[in-house]
Design a protein around this ligand. Sequence first.
Ligand code: ATP
Length: 361
Amino acid sequence: MSSIRPLRIGVLEGDDIGHEIVPASVRVASAAADRAGQPVEWTNLPIGRSALESHGHTMPPGTLEALSALDGWILGPIGHRAYPDVPEAINPHPILRKHFDLFANVRPTRSFSDIGCLHDNVDLVIVRENNEGFQPDRNVVAGSGEFRPSHDMSISVRVISREGSRKVARAALQIAQTRRKRLTLVHKNTVFKLGCGMFVDACKEVAAEFPDVEVDEVIVDTMGMRLVRDPQSFDVVVTTNMFGDILTDVAAGLVGGLGMAPGLCIGRGAIAMAQATHGSAPDIAGQGIANPYAMMESTRMLFDWLGHAHRLDTAVRMAEMIKAALESALSSAETRTPDIRGTGTPDAMEAAIVEHINRSL
Ligand code: ATP
């Protein structure tokens, strides 16, 4: 029997294409786990519309307790906008991010040859604050951060805290230290003097503890333009929730679209949640064309994160194998999906990835 610490990983498929890309990501990770000698204990948990049908709730009671016994989990995309309007049909992912204090959403953007990227040599990471900002379903502990005092007026509250800003800044600075050691703060303190002002002050306070990381600032509207024209000039970017949400989709558009946009939600501890940037893509579900890259890469990021957090060389090795296999599959049109100029199916892509992993030394 292996003496290596097993990793306990939850699998929550989500909705629509989640039922395709999450099982495929688990099969790829399982192949890498076997090859690297890393024991993984998988736990399937119901979530989303199928959980509403089977358990009467989109996040059945006991889900948070079950997750807290795990090292991390894979959350498939949630198609909450199509849920029926009943109290049992909630959007689970803000609750998961908040409950486990997964305050940083790490979203990398990388270009690959021949897949329809608008630029070559893009390699940046946007670290988005995850639990406050403008998102009304998560920026308050009760009620909603959005309300309508009269029929013709709506008010949305944006929450920025010094502590929340410090936490996400620290996470971004730590990531910058492992990369090209550059961090860009994105904000609009010219207008949001208090909110963005506090975010910038907090980021700079924490940055003073990281003298090896060069820090600069870009106003968010300028960032939109620079990201499109000159994405190679960025390494790690840190920003508030809504700005990050928008900029990460812009970044995805630069490198082949949402199928190429992975993400990992992290907090202070070792626990982490793999969650791709894209939604559940109901328009393409069941057609056998969903690009599994973003979900597979998010899963790879989870094992890399857990490998470093628990000092498990085998999990880090798993992540290396998945990375090489994904890159190899992306390099050939036959093993790429149509959204990224491929002629292949997700099954062909997965088969090539698993085969590459099985050949890894
Ligand atoms: P959400 O607001 O929940 O993030 P969304 O409105 O941004 O969702 P998505 O579900 O992400 O919408 O889909 C946006 C577009 O991107 C759709 O046309 C969808 O088909 C496409 N898309 C998303 N994910 C993928 C994927 N993995 N592979 C191919 N196309 C995708």
